[in-house]
Every structure is written in C-alpha cells, then in structure tokens.
Design a protein around this ligand. Structure first.
Ligand code: NDP
Length: 279
C-alpha cells in the first residue's frame, strides 16, 4: 500500500518549485493533496502534472488563494475538510524573498518590503499553524516548514528581511514542536540551499539572469561544494521523510539542511550577486 494512503496533506506554495514537487510525490504515494498558490495558470500546471502521473482527480483539491490573507487561509482549510474530511499533514512551503521595486537591497529596502516579507515567510505560517492545529490534534499529524540556510548564523546583508523571517521561522519550528508534541503533533523543517525553482523569477529576475545565477553558483565550489544546484525533488523528498511518522518519528523540532555543502563553506558571499547575474 502507498505510504500516505488515507492521509490528507495541505501544501502551500504548490503552484511552483519545491511545493509542486512535494505535491506530486505525496499524491503518487497515495495522499489526498490540497495544492494552492495565487497564480491560477501555474496551479493548473501542477494539477495536470499530478493527473498525468496517474493520480485520480478524487485525490486532488486545487485552490487559488493568497496564503497571507485570512480568507485565503480559511478557504484552504475548509475546502480540504469539505473534500477529504480530515487533515493529517501541513506543509508550510510558500515563501519568497520579496524584492524592493526600486532595486534597493540591505538597509535601503523599504519597510513595506519588510512587512510583506515577514507576512509571507513567517506570519502566514503562524496563522496556518493555528488554523490547522485542531485538525492535526485529531489526527496526531505532522507539520513540515520550509526554511532556508539564509536563517544563519552567517549574515545576509542583501536580503536581510527574508533572512530574519527564516531565522524567526526556525525558532517558531523549535517552539511549536515542543508546544504541540504534547498533543501528538510533530513539527520539523527543511533548510534548503540553492535550488533551481521559480524563486529568482519571483524576485523579479528574468530567466536569463536566473540561469546565470544558478550556473555561477554551480561552477564555484566556494558557493556549492557539490558543484550542482539543487532540484525541487531534493527538498521534496526530505519533506516527505519528515511527514512520514514511520521513518522520522523521533525527530522533533529539527531542521534538515540540504544545500550541497554551502553552509560548510559559505564562500559565495565574496561575489557580487548583481555582477554574477550580468545586471
Ligand atoms: P517558487 O517561487 O518556485 O515557489 C514559491 C511558491 O510559493 C509558489 O507556488 C508561489 O505561488 C507561492 N507563493 C508565494 N507567495 C504566495 C502568497 N502570497 N500566497 C500563496 N502562495 C504564495 O520558489 P521555491 O519553490 O524555491 O520556494 C519554496 C520555499 O523554499 C520557500 O519558502 C522558499 O523561501 C524556500 N527556499 C527556496 C530556496 C531556493 O533556492 N529556491 C532556498 C531556500 C529556501 P504563486 O506565485 O502562485 O502565489
């Protein structure tokens, strides 16, 4: 029997990248999956990808929603319960390094960017966790958060708001893990390094600049010692591992780093990011 048979998973940010890959793997492994994002076209691509892999329509719930809004969060929870009856796993994956429209980085980034960044990468996770908690208490379920190696301990001067949001998320993971384990709910996270997804596009980088960035990183061992950018599946497989109580039941409140060795060297900060993208 598939390992997630009879389990229901909500994966935020599954219209692209890591979330899309996790949605596909969960669905192929028997789960009922709620996929979601704001972009209806890309969300439909995820849905088609899953259906084409042989998963029945009855295992899918596709919801266009903004996870930073209360209405969007409520719709995710309600539509999942309406279609599948229970919630066993919440994957808080939606996230982005919100770029300043003026191109400003570091301390010059606006307070508006700060608010939007924190709202998406931290507050939405907190709100979704609170809303899904009673349902996970019922099922003794799991939460997997998607953090980032930018959380620290190294400094992140260019996109510091994104980095502090992820650092706070790591503390939230640890603290909720201890708060919720008394109810049988397990919380963990994964911290990816450079992964080739829509992440740089979402920051406003054109495809060509994004490709240059990934190529540069993969060509420099001081950036990624493994000399390869991660693929969405590299992270999605860890999400499934952390959501699988049979395999990871004794892991509580931890973050698994998957970064091709980047955090052990962190040499890429000596390079100018705009120069490497040819901007
Ligand atoms: P993508 O840009 O490919 O995917 C991000 C997903 O988040 C999309 O499905 C997007 O959907 C969704 N999203 C963004 N904002 C919102 C919103 N307001 N409401 C609902 N959904 C939203 O990037 P990744 O797959 O790389 O990112 C996934 C996670 O991985 C993020 O938390 C990111 O911080 C983290 N990460 C990524 C790394 C990388 O190198 N790629 C490195 C470290 C961490 P839509 O646009 O349709 O709303």
């Amino acid at each position: 029997m598939p390992r997630f048979s009879g389990k229901t998973v909500i994966i935020t940010g599954s219209s692209n990248g890591i979330g899309r890959s996790a949605a596909l793997l969960f669905a192929q492994d028997g789960a009922n999956v709620t996929i979601t994002g704001r972009n209806a076209e890309r969300l439909e691509e995820t849905r088609q990808l899953i259906l084409k892999s042989g998963v029945s329509e009855s295992h899918l719930n596709s919801v266009v929603a903004d996870v930073t809004t209360s209405g969007g969060q409520d719709l995710l929870v309600k539509s999942t319960l309406d279609k599948f009856g229970k919630i066993h796993i919440l994957v808080n994956n939606a996230g982005a390094a919100v770029a300043d429209a003026t191109g400003a980085t570091g301390t010059d980034q606006s307070i508006d960017v700060y608010h939007k960044t924190l709202q998406l990468n931290l507050q939405a996770v907190i709100e979704m966790t609170k809303k899904v908690k009673p349902h996970l208490m019922e099922t003794k379920g799991e939460i997997v958060n998607v953090s980032s190696i930018v959380a620290g301990p190294q400094a992140q001067p260019d996109f510091m708001y994104y980095a502090i949001a992820k650092a706070a998320l790591d503390q939230y993971t640890r603290s909720t893990a201890i708060d919720l384990i008394q109810h049988g709910i397990r919380v963990n996270s994964v911290s990816p390094g450079v992964v080739a997804t829509g992440f740089t596009n979402a920051m406003g980088m054109p495809d060509q600049a994004s490709q240059k960035f990934y190529n540069f990183m993969a060509a420099h061992k001081e950036c990624i010692p493994a000399l390869v950018a991660g693929q969405p599946e590299d992270i999605a497989n860890i999400i499934l591992f952390l959501a699988d109580r049979k395999l990871s039941s004794y892991i509580i409140g931890q973050s698994i780093v998957a970064d091709g060795g980047s955090t052990l060297v962190m040499g890429c900060q000596v390079h100018d990011i705009k120069q490497m993208m040819g901007l």
